[in-house]
Design a protein around this ligand. Structure first.
Ligand SMILES: [Zn+2]
Ligand SMILES: [Zn+2]
Length: 244
């Protein structure tokens, strides 16, 4: 099984990085975690066929995690996709997707499609089975707009992939990431404490409780990117492929 960081940037293109989008493939699994605004060009740059993706899981409704869906949907219509697609996300996913599609490509949410689209609402602590994937959502803490905010603990083909989405520190990160084969954590700042996001020092203070088998940092702002070579910790980069 492999995970490719299609995009690992923040909302502002720091370091020229694409918005958040991870592509996971295994024997059966083929899914995305988040689909930020720049994700369709990023998928194409990596030679990934969007039409083969069965599932997209969205952590929250900020544009750098969710804004690529209208492009993905329109592309699927024009490419004559027939494979069913599941889009799963927090409460409100149906309404938010329709609003985003109408805002960016008027009437696109109403067009007839050749493929079946299923929208699934994910709620904290309720494990959902989505094809090859079993996902347990955890509530994250990320401000007062664009939520609900979820982090995902994903069981797929015998491995655990955990992703924080965007969040400041919350104890929910401990069960979310505990002993995961791959724990992907947002890490916006190095040691600066801000609302809504994590910094490395805070994360490191809790790593003994989380005990991930592998940790990769993502969603880094300029403050982190400037130190990336001296951290001694694995960090994501656009296009990076990880075997799990
Ligand atoms: Zn973000
Ligand atoms: Zn966000």
């Amino acid at each position: 099984m492999r995970l490719r960081f299609v995009g690992c940037g923040d909302a502002f293109g720091s370091g020229g990085r694409y918005n958040t989008c991870f592509h996971v493939t295994g024997e059966k699994a083929n899914f995305l975690i988040d689909c930020g605004a720049s994700s369709l060009p990023a998928l194409k740059r990596n030679g990934i066929s969007a039409d083969e993706i069965d599932l997209v899981m969205i952590t929250h409704f900020h544009g750098d995690h969710f804004g690529g869906l209208p492009f993905l949907m329109l592309d699927a219509q024009f490419s004559r996709r027939t494979r069913p697609l599941v889009i799963a996300g927090p409460q409100g996913i149906e309404r938010r997707l329709e609003q985003a599609m109408e805002a960016l490509f008027e009437k696109s949410s109403k067009r007839e499609r050749r493929f079946e689209l299923r929208l699934v609402t994910l709620t904290p602590a309720a494990t959902a089975s989505l094809g090859a994937v079993e996902v347990t959502p955890f509530p994250m803490v990320h401000g007062d707009s664009g939520g609900p905010f979820l982090g995902y603990r994903i069981k797929v083909e015998g491995r655990i992939i955990a992703f924080t989405g965007d969040t400041e520190w919350t104890d929910a990160l401990i069960p979310l990431g505990r002993e995961a084969e791959l724990f992907i954590s947002e890490c916006y700042f190095y040691d600066k404490s801000v609302k809504n996001h994590l910094n490395l020092k805070t994360l490191q203070a809790h790593l003994a409780e989380i005990r991930p088998k592998r940790l990769i940092l993502t969603h880094m702002g300029e403050d982190m990117l400037q130190r990336i070579d001296t951290l001694g910790i694995e960090t994501a980069s656009d296009g990076l492929v990880v075997e799990i």
